[in-house]
Ligand binder design. Structure first.
Ligand code: ATP
Ligand code: MG
Length: 366
């Protein structure tokens, strides 16, 4: 999987710019606020997953522009594909693959990327939302149906939350409550299966990487945690649905009292432990960083196993945050695929990786 060429028009701080990337390592360097992360964001958007920075397409459009476009030639499964994304103010985004209109979800598997940014180094110590984001953004890229399930879930969740907040002032709202709960239970049942299967593969891939990384001293384990009534998250969806529904029924009154949605997969988590101890509570900063790196590198291996090719690896400013040993560990494992690395100074990293250097200044690339 690789991006051969990308042309940006009116995208963030890029007016008109085209770049041709190398198949292996590309080092994107330049001072702060010049457009390095914007370039990585454009590449990431080609995966059909949403931007890693915003939920709002309008933020992607240049301040003085009415629309933005990203046009890319991508090599995927030995085929050359052209992906065009068009963002217009107040309108839905358009996705065009090889000249034909498609949905964002149809990009799943066609173009895959794994992003690694300094925020990911806090994956272990942060709240569960970061770990849910990790699962969601990966599964969205691999399974076309998952992105639309997630969007449906979020819409139902917003509606249910509004009812739970406002029912005291407007009791008539309660007539729709059970319908939204039922919709959430149906989406949950299907999403739980996807997440459980992904978590299992992530655990299998991250364990050996982390063992290697820690010189054989540490065993990393990951366990998916979902709605407590679900006995087997890999069971058929109908079975899980009944168990999620039972949890909802038991919490209906508590939700009305609290004015909040208390049950569902928006509370899922990945329990991460090192040598049997909960990493969130007991891991040192260094251990937590190492575990986060192992998990991210494992994500790359899962994509490879799934699509037959390494995903494009986007390393945004992350190397400067790592000590030399961890930098080496990451750099020794990025072979076999295309990598885009951003940094403020180029020399050291380009020398160590042999990568081609691109310099970004005020939305222009040289
Ligand atoms: P750093 O090294 O600090 O991470 P960077 O080179 O990664 O910097 P970017 O995040 O790519 O910087 O942002 C570059 C500039 O793009 C910023 O100054 C930002 O204000 C600007 N920018 C962001 N969104 C838009 C937009 N929609 N239109 C125009 N400019 C934008
Ligand atoms: Mg940046």
């Amino acid at each position: 999987m690789r991006v051969e060429r990308i042309a940006l028009s009116g995208f963030r701080n890029y007016d008109e710019e085209t770049v041709t990337f190398e198949p292996a390592v590309n080092v994107v360097c330049g001072p702060n606020a010049q457009g390095k992360t914007n370039l990585l964001e454009a590449v990431y958007l080609l995966t059909g997953a949403h931007s890693f920075r915003t939920r709002f397409d309008r933020e992607l459009i240049g301040f003085d522009c009415d629309w933005a476009s990203i046009l890319a030639d991508v090599e995927s499964g030995d085929r050359s594909q052209t992906i065009k994304l068009l963002f217009r103010r107040g309108q839905r985004r358009q996705v065009i693959v090889n000249g034909a209109k498609k949905t964002s979800a149809s990009l799943a598997g066609l173009m895959t990327a794994v992003l690694f940014s300094p925020d990911d180094l806090y994956l272990i110590k942060e709240g569960a939302a970061a770990r849910r984001r990790l699962m969601d953004s990966a599964i969205c890229q691999l399974r076309p149906g998952y992105a639309s399930l997630l969007a449906d879930y979020n819409k139902l969740y917003e509606n249910k939350t509004r009812i739970l907040k406002d029912w005291r002032e407007k009791p008539s709202l309660l007539t729709a409550l059970d319908e939204f709960s039922d919709g959430l239970a149906r989406c949950s049942a299907r999403m739980i299966r996807y997440r459980a299967s992904f978590a299992e593969r992530l655990a299998a891939a991250a364990g050996p990487i982390h063992r290697d990384f820690s010189g054989g001293k540490e065993a990393l384990s990951l366990t998916y945690r979902t709605v407590s009534t679900v006995t087997d998250p890999r069971a058929p969806a109908e079975e899980i649905y009944a168990q999620v529904e039972a949890h909802q029924a038991a919490h209906r009154q508590a939700e009305l009292d609290a004015g909040q949605c208390l049950t569902g997969i928006h509370k899922d988590d990945l329990d991460i432990s090192i040598n049997g101890m909960a990493a969130r509570n007991y891991a040192s900063q260094g251990q937590a960083r190492t575990a986060a790196l192992s998990i991210k590198l494992a994500e790359r291996e899962i994509f490879k196993a799934e699509t037959g090719e390494y995903p494009v690896l986007l390393l945004d400013d992350v190397l400067s945050e790592l000590d030399v040993t961890r930098q080496e560990f990451v750099l020794n494992r990025i072979g076999g695929g295309q990598t885009l690395i951003t940094c403020c100074e180029d020399e050291d990293i380009s020398r160590r990786t042999g990568g081609k250097v691109f310099t970004v200044r005020e939305g222009r690339i040289r």
